[in-house]
Design a protein around this ligand. Sequence first.
Ligand code: UD1
Length: 443
Amino acid sequence: MSEEIIDVQESETTENLRPERRSEKIIVVQGNKTLKGSVTVSGAKNSALKLMAASILGQGKTLLHNVPHISDIDVMGDVIQYLGATVERDGHDMSIDTTALNSLETPYELVSKMRASIAVLGPLIGRFGHARVAMPGGCQLGARKIDMHLVGLERLGVTFTIDHGFLEASAPKGLVGKPVLLEFPSVGATENLLMAAVVAEGTTIVENAAREPEIVDLANMLNSMGARISGAGNADIEIEGVTLDALHPCEHTTVGDRIEAGTFLAGAALLTGPVTVKGIDPAFLRMAIMKLEAMGATVVIDEAGITVSREKPLTATDIQTLPHPGFPTDLQAQFMLLAALAEGNTIITENIFENRFMFASELARMGADITIEGHHALVRGVKSLQGAPVSCTDLRAGAALVLAGIAAEGQTQIHEVEHISRGYEDYVGKLCSLGADVHYALV
Ligand code: UD1
């Protein structure tokens, strides 16, 4: 059955179209293209979300720069406004005034839209000694428990109860700094602990802390607000508690998005380049760059940025996802795509999220040869992919499918593209500026 396809701009929503035109927004990709040119990445989604949450501790007007225009940021804006703060945007600047913040509750309606809403738990406890946050459920990536957030905060004196789907947190006697050993270097648990421990009495040491660059960015902002955190970026982070009054709002610039950067670098390796990626510290991407070189790409790092090109065929290289500085799970789909078109067999091991191989079935629709066995994927390289209708199974899978479409023979139609807008600002526009033929359409 043939479908009518109507081209639209990214900014157009289906709501503002005539009723007879209300339908699904998809991305249409013409294949057999290369990518060439330069692209500047936006501020990191995973940083900006937590910086917004940290503003709760500032009790006044925080100014954030380099905040990406993506839908997850809009949801966090709704969460903070629901709590009683004022959020204003001007381009990539955002001001958050938390002076009048008066609610301690984050509803299910918002938490179910975005799990990262749980990041307000630590700062709410830090500021008010109480919080009521809807329990996040599972998501496409798996069960995604928050037990480590809770065990860590309990060590600092917080008690938790579950009430009709809400997590009620209470620390009536205030927080007391302690050593907290995390079972796993969880990004979210480390962040919630940092944002509560900054106002604990005494010293907290988070051991086996997450070492992601976004943790360092958050610690830098908290320190600009008057907190005393040292060691962020290492496995042990020391937080010397200060009084809440000692914290004040600040001005802070979000670090560049290493996952967006890694996506374009993978795209360049796939589609021969050269593509120069700007706005990112190359040190954030050492493992990804190492794998690109192992797969046959040439990587040059200089003042212009990170430039990737490829003249020889892609070659298979095994990959396992691990906490930073290991290979990031958020780049696993993009590199599975490279493996799908590489000479030889690649084993990809996913150690972070149990359900992160759903992308493989979509890529198989385009001709990839992938066998999944538990948390291992065996990717047997094929010569080419064919354009096909496919669906985004999550944000990063969505970004990878667009790249797959650019490499494939013929046309690819990508469904459920709202996943992509959660984390990539103007992905379609940036790819077009590199020479891709990609556009939004309604079917
Ligand atoms: C963050 C990032 C996400 C990235 C991930 C790992 C944001 C908004 N999201 O997610 O893009 O893929 O880091 O780099 O920053 N876990 C537990 N119990 C807990 C906490 C985590 O079992 O209390 C498990 C999770 O289910 C998951 C693993 O630990 O399997 C890693 O989770 P975590 O590092 O916390 O990731 P997020 O903060 O959710």
